[in-house]
Design a protein around this ligand. Structure first.
Ligand SMILES: [Zn+2]
Length: 358
């Protein structure tokens, strides 16, 4: 019996066995491996379609896998032993193979794939996120946030705050007033030490403020400006929407590549989650929320851009780039210059509005 050289994995260990695969005219499939043959029914074995000259993995009913490099030989064996001249699935396989075999076909397939990925990223993922977040009860979101905080503490990414209790109480009072004034329920402020200036919102409404940011701020107005921006993220449930967008991208990525491990690593490491940027529209929403509150509290919106500029300076001095440190506020908040412009414009509009009222 002639056969196709292949590699056989038994599904229990990672050991690779050299083997020979053969299809029989009676609808059987034989894998001969180190003297022990495995005889299977052809129908029970999932043989994937050909993708150019990449190896094919035949999934066996007992969990084993057979890796075949020689696609021509496998196609030939299938053609030789096939009783059904051309099943539908195979016609699709041939179309796919034709697309893979010419550069025009491959380029067209790549363009279609890119278009699908782009459309989903641009419109699909935000739409999925809106629906998913609307369906997520606040209690569930709170548990997610609490678990995430615990994880950050366990990984020693967050350490206990060393701020004076009085200082913390002053800021807590300011945050509570802001929360009440803006009508955002379920928001709370926690202090931690990270070694870099940062403030960020978690699912469920917890805002984390780091000691370094408080120390970097010239006065309370700057801290309140940053907290107002983060409360804007809480109000819009941006963290959960970002999580949902990331998750739906993960599903799509896995569907396209068939590889969940790389996708999980690249999307869902705890530091990666923190470093991910909010979308520009989330940032603008949070800024608008902050500017509105600051104006109502008699604080110039430019206090937000003031501290952002100071953060940029501290960032340069520390020698880290904006993307360099996952726990850096700037790393997750791009566009310092644009934000400064928006703050100045918001202040100007407020002045003009006040002048028109007089
Ligand atoms: Zn933000």
């Amino acid at each position: 019996m002639s056969g196709i050289p292949c590699h056989y994995y038994d599904g229990r260990t990672s050991r690779r066995h050299d083997a020979v695969l053969a299809l029989t005219a009676r609808g059987g499939l034989v894998i001969a491996c180190e003297g022990a043959d495995e005889r299977l029914n052809y129908e029970d074995v999932r043989i994937p379609g050909r993708v150019a000259d990449t190896p094919r993995y035949l999934h066996l009913p007992d969990g084993g896998v057979c890796e075949v490099q020689d696609n021509d030989a496998l196609d030939g064996e299938q053609a030789r032993t096939r009783r059904d001249p051309e099943p539908r699935a195979d016609r699709f396989g041939r179309l796919r193979h034709r697309l893979d075999s010419t550069w025009r076909g491959a380029a067209a397939a790549l363009a279609v794939t890119a278009a699908i990925l782009y459309s989903f990223t641009e419109w699909g993922a935000p739409a999925v996120a809106t629906v998913a977040v609307a369906a997520t009860p606040p209690e569930v979101e709170a548990v997610i946030g609490e678990n995430f905080l615990t994880l950050l503490e366990q990984l020693r990414l967050l350490k206990p705050s060393e701020l004076e209790p009085n200082r913390r109480n002053e800021l807590l009072a300011a945050f509570e007033e802001m929360r009440r004034e803006t009508g955002v329920e379920d928001a709370d402020l926690r202090f931690h030490s990270v070694g870099v200036p940062n403030a960020f919102a978690l699912p469920g409404g917890t805002v984390v403020l780091t000691d370094s940011l408080v120390e970097l701020a010239e006065d309370d107005e700057e801290v309140i400006a940053v907290l107002a921006h983060e409360l804007g993220h809480v109000s819009g449930r941006h963290v959960m929407r970002r999580f949902a967008q990331t998750s739906s991208m993960l599903v799509l990525w896995t569907a396209f590549t068939g590889d969940v491990s790389v996708a999980t690593l690249s999307f869902l490491g705890p530091d990666r989650l923190l470093a991910q940027r909010y979308s520009r529209s989330f940032e603008n929403d949070a800024d608008r929320f902050a500017f509105d509150y600051l104006l109502s509290a008699g604080i110039p919106p430019t206090r937000l851009s003031d501290i952002i500029q100071r953060l940029s300076g501290a960032d340069r001095e520390a020698g880290t780039s904006a993307g360099g440190n996952a726990l850096d506020w700037l790393a997750s908040h791009p566009g310092a210059a644009e934000r400064a412009r928006n703050a100045t414009e918001a202040a100007k509009r407020a002045r003009e509005g006040a002048a028109a009222d007089e």
